[in-house]
Design a binder for this molecule. Sequence first.
Ligand SMILES: *Cc1c(COP(=O)(O)O)cnc(C)c1O
Length: 390
Amino acid sequence: MSEHASTAAVPLLDLQGQYAPLRDDILAAITRVCDSQRFIMGAEITSLESELAAMLGVRHTVAVSSGTDALLLALMALGIGPGDEVITTTYSFFATAGAIVRLGGRPVLVDIDPTTFNIDTAAVARAITPKTKAILPVHLFGLCADMAPILSAAERAGIPVVEDAAQAIGSSYHGRPAGGMGAFGCFSFFPSKNLGAFGDAGLVTTNDDALAGKARLLRVHGMEPKYYHHLVGANFRMDALQAAVLRVKAPHLAAWTEARRVNAARYVRLFRERGLSSVIGLPSEPQGLHHIFNQFVIRVPDRDRLKAHLDRERVGAEIYYPVPFHQQPCFADLRYRTGDFPHAERAAAETLALPIYSELTLDQQQRVVDVIASFLAERGSDVAPDWTAV
Ligand SMILES: *Cc1c(COP(=O)(O)O)cnc(C)c1O
């Protein structure tokens, strides 16, 4: 290495470290699929489904083509269509709202809780109307939304809950697994998620036998048997190659998650040791919840200048997400305005995700914290923000 470790680049995510020790097993699994020449459905898919059902603590899993398609499939199985309202957060990855709109539904957006970044449950209850057909909370960054009030509001209204658990595989809420609380859970195996495939893949979970059957049917154009179509579905199948890769990786997920949690605790300690824990808003883990830290997201003053500073110092960081749904150009016809959801707008302006992947070293974390500390020292602490007031 030509550089001293303390000034080396720190990537936001480095998948090589995870791949290297599994390389032989993964290549063997890929070879197994190639040698079988069975690329569509088959044993890799059914084996992955039963292995993941056991691992996640759900009755049924349906392997699909992406997290986006998992959301679309779940909403289709629940019959969401033109004119239906689906309540969701304004602060998430685009697919959450996109899936509703693609079915002709209307996303009824609500603000977030400023400490967890998850959907504001009081606002959810207020948003329910006779047209509401589902509630779609997101377990953002790996922390479950506050599901108890959401589930009871849904039960009172007689409508289903769909969990967008794309970022939350293995997380839990008072002992209940992400994806096992609503009518459906939707997961993504996008490579940057905690359990990443070698391309696009996703999963739908449910504890309801009838809904599982409907989701399976919709996954294959509503076809059963061949060329007899009961429902208009789509091609939502996961490739057998992706399933084979995921079957090698899945048994390691718990250890990877634990490493992320250790890294998160280490950041908190490092920021505290430098006296920065009041200047920087650190992630919280409410009592009874198990955070899996798909992202480690902080609030910082002068976020955009800090991001530029980190870029210059070659420290990976990312803004999730700079524009809430209600301010997206493609949703202009929903007629929301800037100012409608102040907590989400503040989060969009103040948050920054830091490297948190399992293989991150203490040296690398020290470097991340050093670079942030030097920026804050140069900037001065004239306007120390009061995060407790958000
Ligand atoms: C990643 C993600 C999705 C979409 O998953 P893809 O596999 O990329 O289609 C949906 N919702 C959230 C919250 C996500 O983070």
